[in-house]
Design a protein around this ligand. Structure first.
Ligand code: ATP
Length: 270
């Protein structure tokens, strides 16, 4: 293949402070992958090997990608975002080699968070691909184990909406051995997310906690969507009047009625 490295190295300009709620998730990430990177000798003193990965799972839109990007920002690392579905199409017939090139790119860019979205698609591959779905899994696992390479200072994170589809081999020690459920934000988290996404925008008299109360089941993406709807309404008004007026409680409450929570379905079908 001619296109072995279509990946964007990105230096995120955000960090944990930009992630609403998720206190437990942030703490787990800190202890499992950030601290081992910063204090490797302390971990070694107790026979704890740095490395391994974190698997994030949960309903769509609840911030898995966002949290992985913030993790990179938190430690000033590069971020590589890999959508497994997309790369498998793109890599057709040359997946092992391309996967190796990707890990090599991460190793050359350390510190680096290498993030795999829809990581369960690798497993699905095993059954559906004519040739060597399991070779690809084996390649992935040995890259992750760092058998012939140095994975120090690369943090591997994965995300999935369907953890039950993931090959159990992925979950062995040193691999995705820490699994974090990224659930829909609780009320306090919803309030923080609303504030984060309205920061720097013209607002007036907003009762954040009241909106957080009526948005149970809303993902972070849903909350961002209601803000976008409210802004659109304000913008249409401003285009007519020629003057921008602040976003108020009224537009936000109205938007909660047009955009409903999207996470409930996940819990019913799961
Ligand atoms: P998918 O499973 O569909 O990939 P995801 O869990 O990866 O979803 P993200 O793409 O990370 O979800 O989140 C979508 C958007 O929602 C983010 O870009 C962000 O704007 C917003 N968002 C989600 N969670 C949070 C949060 N905790 N704090 C602030 N913004 C959030």
């Amino acid at each position: 293949s001619t296109n072995t490295s279509p990946f964007m190295l990105e230096k995120p300009d955000m960090n944990f402070a930009d992630v609403g709620g998720m206190e437990r998730e942030k703490q787990e990430i800190d202890l499992k992958i950030i601290k081992p990177l910063q204090f490797p000798e302390l971990y070694k003193a107790y026979g704890k090997r740095a490395g391994g990965g974190i698997l994030l799972y949960g309903p769509p839109g609840c911030g898995k990608t966002y949290l992985a990007r913030a993790t990179a920002g938190q430690i000033n690392a590069e971020f590589i975002n890999v959508g497994i579905h997309d790369v498998l199409d793109m890599w057709m017939g040359n997946s092992e080699k391309n996967l190796h090139a990707l890990f090599e790119l991460a190793r050359a860019s350390k510190p680096c968070v290498l993030f795999f979205d829809e990581v369960d698609a690798l497993g699905a591959n095993r059954n559906t691909m004519r040739n060597n779905g399991s070779n690809l899994i084996n390649q992935f696992l040995s890259e992750m184990d760092g058998i012939n390479a140095n994975n120090e200072n690369i943090l591997i994170m994965g995300a999935t909406n369907a953890p039950w589809n993931l090959d159990p081999a992925f979950r062995r020690p040193g691999r995705f051995d820490r699994i974090i459920f990224v659930e829909p934000p609780a009320q306090k988290g919803r309030e923080e997310i609303l504030k984060i996404h309205l920061k720097g925008k013209p607002v007036e008299g907003i009762d954040y906690s009241a909106i957080a109360k009526v948005t149970e089941g809303y993902s972070g993406a849903d909350l961002k969507a209601i803000i976008d709807i409210a802004i659109e309404e304000k913008l249409l008004e401003a285009l007519q009047s020629g003057t921008p007026s602040p976003i108020t409680q009224k537009e936000l409450v109205k938007a909660t009625k047009t955009h409903r929570a999207t996470t409930r379905e996940w819990f019913n079908t799961a």
